[in-house]
Design a protein around this ligand. Structure first.
Ligand code: GLP
Length: 261
């Protein structure tokens, strides 16, 4: 696992964007997995800037969602698919149909996970998966204690997640859907490169536990320790409780340019 401590959220976004640049320039049919939440937003804004200045293109890209709420109309502005369109895809040259949505209609729920897994496999797997981290260490909607081998499935949101996400639901946690469909931890770990972005002091503790604590289902993001190519990008605030921060800074500063993130 590589840990990059960036001086600010914007700098963290610039580091994350470098992974997109390399993938989009090099792969024939790049497949990316995108997360909602506040943490990746500066990265999406930076990607839009780069597209506008013609420094990258999403023309051949397929996009998978990390997770989705159950019970919202697909066109609801609070659905993850709407957010990803609004925050990124509507502003770049991703073809119509590039986004493979998670289908959450009641009659589709029992098979939605398997269907999504098949779509990911048919696309050749995810090259680059973007993640945030919840206050309780969740990734996607994999709340503690999610199996580290879990696959895409229906999951129940934790009370803390409903509280944190209430900002999009009139500040009322009871209005936040109780369930979501999420890529499983086992699914996420099959992405070829995982980039987790965390900024702000609320992420201090979960980041320290995920990076330097034991691998455990009680801290779902700790599963990234098992991945051969995982990059955790934090700003100073989110990285503040990392005991080995000096080492991470040194390793990032001294790595050869060809290694990228
Ligand atoms: C939500 C999403 C997660 C996201 C998390 C953190 O619960 N399901 O995928 O990582 O929130 O969000 P934020 O980046 O806003 O803290």
């Amino acid at each position: 696992m590589e840990v990059v401590i960036a001086p600010s959220a914007r700098e963290a976004a610039i580091v994350a964007v470098s992974a997109f640049e390399r993938l989009l320039a090099g792969a024939d049919r790049p497949v990316i997995g995108l997360a909602t939440g506040r943490s990746p937003l500066p990265t999406y804004r930076e990607l839009i800037e780069r597209y506008r200045s013609r420094r990258l293109s999403f023309a051949r890209t397929r996009v998978f969602l990390l997770d989705e709420y159950v019970g919202l109309d697909p066109e609801d502005p609070r659905s993850c698919r709407s957010i990803i369109r609004r925050e990124l895809l509507d502003h770049v040259d991703a073809p119509a149909g590039a986004l493979v949505a998670l289908e959450c209609a009641a009659e589709e729920l029992p098979t939605a996970g398997e269907t999504y897994e098949r779509c990911i496999a048919d696309a050749g797997g995810i090259d680059l998966q973007i993640l945030g981290i919840g206050r309780n260490g969740h990734i996607g909607f994999n709340e503690p204690p999610s199996s580290l081998g879990s696959r895409t499935r229906l999951a129940t949101l934790a009370a803390t997640t409903r509280q944190d996400n209430a900002r999009s639901f009139g500040d009322d946690p009871d209005m936040v859907p109780r369930h979501g469909i999420t890529q499983g931890i086992g699914t996420i770990l099959e992405a070829r490169h995982i980039v987790l972005i965390a900024t702000g002091e609320a992420k201090r503790e979960p980041i320290a536990r995920a990076v330097e604590g034991p691998v455990t289902a009680m801290m779902p993001a700790s599963a990234l320790q098992l991945h051969p190519h995982a990059t955790v990008i934090v700003d100073e605030a989110a990285g503040e409780q990392l005991k080995h921060a000096d080492y991470y800074r040194e390793a990032y500063r001294d790595k050869p340019a060809w290694q990228h993130i």
